[in-house]
Design a protein around this ligand. Structure first.
Ligand code: ZN
Length: 314
């Protein structure tokens, strides 16, 4: 039987980051401004290592290239997904991502970025930026020129357990006081539209106004999230989104649940509690990939997980 691939997270210091990846997740993080944990990633900007077993010390990108059989021999040149935990102590810049076609023109070989957020925790009265109020591109350009940010940007309140799908072309920003798990296409292309006129080491961070205007969808349309909950012996599975780029589910275990790995690969993150997968101990903060052909497995304990895979029919 194939082995479960446990991966070692990579941490990124950000001007907006905090220390909750240490205080909430017990990770050994470098400093008190860590904004991102790249939990499952084969991206060149953060390529995770396998923690133990046959492939110990291998990077995920090398496994993808040298052992495609572990991932169902998929056609993509690189591992297509990236899982992050984000700790926003301060507001992130207001940004937008390109789709696959624009990304490939902008930086040949790159994926676009569709991403989604599961809110792990947030302060009271926390908000999130999703969408804008311009009715067409002309109005968008005028509002940007005139720096009418407050009027342009759409903000909505959030709470723990909320879920958002951010398609390419959607203006968005995570705001202060939010911890979330992000599932995204493996891409690092971000166009920064507005950064609250903040300074980083005495200088404003680079903006990408032209590229932002190129890719922003007008008018904005929210993606409606309609979670589907199914009960099983030992817990529930909540399907949060089923998109062509990824399917994301929350799994709540209370007892023992029998499952099957029948996808090309499956990413799993433990976001709360502890338990076992096939007699291997797992706890909050662990991330692993169940490879192709693994077959039946069982989850035991009292814990919550987020899993993602690519549904070839979506
Ligand atoms: Zn983003």
């Amino acid at each position: 039987m194939r082995e479960i691939l446990f991966v070692k997270p990579i941490f990124k210091t950000m001007i907006w980051g905090g220390n909750r990846l240490r205080t909430d997740f017990n990770y050994d993080i470098p400093g008190d401004n860590v904004g991102e944990c790249w939990a499952i990633s084969a991206h060149p900007s953060g390529d995770c290592e396998i923690k133990a077993g046959t492939y110990k010390g291998e990077t995920l990108s090398r496994l993808w290239t040298n052992h495609p059989e572990l991932f169902g021999n998929r056609k993509e040149k690189a591992f297509p997904l990236l899982i992050k935990i984000i700790d926003a102590k301060k507001d992130l810049s207001i940004q937008v991502h390109p789709d696959d076609a624009y990304a490939d023109k902008y930086q040949p070989g790159s994926f676009g970025k569709t991403e989604c957020w599961y809110v792990l925790d947030c302060d009271e009265n926390t908000e999130i930026v999703i969408g804008h109020n311009a009715k067409d591109k002309k109005e968008l350009v005028r509002m940007i020129d005139e720096k009418r940010w407050k009027e342009l940007i759409r903000v909505k309140p959030i709470k723990k357990g909320d879920f958002f799908q951010i398609t390419p072309g959607t203006v968005h920003a995570i705001k202060a006081g939010t911890m979330l798990l992000e599932t995204q296409q493996s891409s690092d292309i971000t166009f920064r539209l507005y950064d609250y006129d903040r300074l980083d080491n005495g200088k404003p961070r680079q903006l990408h106004i032209k590229e932002s205007i190129d890719v922003i969808s007008c008018p904005h349309r929210d993606v409606v999230i309609d979670p589907k909950i199914t009960g099983w012996e030992g817990g529930t599975i909540t399907e949060l989104i089923n998109d062509k780029h990824y399917t994301v589910q929350k799994i709540d275990i209370d007892g023992t649940m029998a499952m099957e790995q029948d996808k090309d690969f499956m990413n799993v993150s433990v976001i709360d509690g502890e338990g076992e997968i096939d007699n291997i101990k797992i706890a909050k903060g662990d991330h692993f990939i169940i490879p192709f052909g693994y077959g039946q497995f069982s989850l035991t304990g009292k814990m919550s997980l987020i899993r993602s895979f690519i549904d070839n029919r979506a």
